[in-house]
Design a protein around this ligand. Structure first.
Ligand SMILES: CC(C)(COP(=O)(O)OP(=O)(O)OC[C@H]1O[C@@H](n2cnc3c(N)ncnc32)[C@H](O)[C@@H]1OP(=O)(O)O)[C@@H](O)C(=O)NCCC(=O)NCCS
Length: 166
């Protein structure tokens, strides 16, 4: 299994893996492939990594895009969507994608990253919920952040407009 940046020709396979991964997820909006495409079209896929295997091609994907804090731009990013093909889950692929993605953000001099998801999973990477950094104006244990450098910001976080893609 290898992790690399997405290439121009990967769009369709990334959409398929994302669709398949989220098909069984109760928290899915069903719009995740369109969100990735909208981020790509907007030039907002700051980091977009695929996991590939020799036999199966693209088996996982993770996207990171810029977020705003209190409507101001910041060197902060949102993790997601992240997907691993259903038959390949629980083999460490998601972990490798997320670890590599966070390393890429750090190399880009990012200050931090947020994610909305299961604390039992994202806590492993160092994500923690912080009542001072909210999403939708309310603290949530599912909304978490990791500081990569500098001060810990406070405020309300908004994702790129592509997340409204329907
Ligand atoms: C979430 C996802 C990307 C994780 O990728 P993965 O390759 O299966 O995960 P890893 O192999 O790196 O990690 C597996 C470990 O995390 C745990 N885990 C996996 N998904 C989890 C979840 N949603 N919540 C809590 N724990 C989870 C597993 O129990 C496993 O732990 P173990 O090794 O102690 O058994 C993948 O399960 C997926 O595509 N899910 C559907 C789409 C989705 O929900 N994306 C995230 C939206 S926030």
């Amino acid at each position: 299994m290898q992790i690399r940046d997405e290439r121009v020709e990967d769009g369709e396979a990334i959409g398929q893996v994302t669709s398949a991964a989220f098909a069984g997820a109760s928290h899915s909006s069903g719009t995740e492939p369109r969100i990735i495409e909208a981020l790509r079209q907007a030039g907002a896929l700051t980091v977009s990594l695929v996991a590939t295997s020799d036999e199966a091609g693209i088996v996982g994907h993770v996207a990171f895009s810029p977020v705003r804090i209190n409507q101001d731009s910041a060197q902060w990013y949102g993790l997601g969507p992240v997907s691993v093909a259903p038959q390949m889950q629980r083999h460490g692929i998601g972990r490798s994608l997320i670890r590599e993605g966070l390393a890429r953000l750090a190399a880009l001099d990012a200050d931090g990253c947020v994610v909305f998801g299961d604390p039992a999973y994202y806590g492993r990477f160092g994500f923690v919920s912080d009542p001072l950094l909210t999403y939708g104006g309310e603290p949530s244990r599912y909304f978490q952040r990791i500081v990569l450098k500098g001060e810990t910001p406070s405020g309300d976080v908004s994702y790129h407009a592509a997340f409204d893609a329907a």
